[in-house]
Design a protein around this ligand. Sequence first.
Ligand SMILES: O=C(CO)COP(=O)(O)O
Length: 251
Amino acid sequence: MRRRLAAGNWKMNGSRAALAEIAALAEAFPAPASEIVLCPPATLLAPAAARAEGTALRLGGQDCHPEPRGAHTGDIAAPMLAEAGAAYVILGHSERRADHGETSAQVRAKAAAAQDAGLTAIVCVGESLAERDAGETLSIVGAQMAESIPEDATAEALVLAYEPVWAIGTGRTATSAQIAEVHDFMRAELTRRFGAGTGDAVRLLYGGSVKGANAAEIFATSNVDGALVGGASLTAADFGPIVAALEAAEA
Ligand SMILES: O=C(CO)COP(=O)(O)O
């Protein structure tokens, strides 16, 4: 049985004032059946971890360097995220692939570093609109999976997030049929590569304009184990209903 997961990606948003949202969310879900993770900017990780202490809420980073330390100005190593209180790290988000030219090979190295540091990597894959229109969705997702996921990945160290680029921040959610096609494909690919045990245990998240209003339908979709949420994760008022829908899906 896969434990469902609601992960919030704050991206480059949030100040210390937003830490109150963490407290509110933790208070709203004191003992959730699903896992709830917030990934604030790195500068807020330590104070967020302090707020979340003693609650069911878990924290994550939004990127890490493949090396554990060294001369890499501006970068953050996976062990540093762990020390600051993170249990997760988002890797290979399409915004990082676009803004920083991140390649799948780099994502794979980062995922290995995250695993070494005891973090669970939330590895993101997803096609652009042009790629979908060209009928290349599954081949793009398959290639990103093959190149971004380390050889020794485990279900504890890996979560896979399908985030179609055209659905991120656009209000344009993928349909259930579109999500199911990709998630079923990802499940089959994981099983083919890692065997039935790991293949069946890795959690698959959907991301892209998830809101309280569409969450229940998305969580009822084949092989969807939760969501990676951007804009609607910034406040407890918006993220709470998404978590509640996930809790209801679990029941
Ligand atoms: O990119 C996303 C999460 O990583 C999705 O962002 P939105 O939920 O704002 O569309």
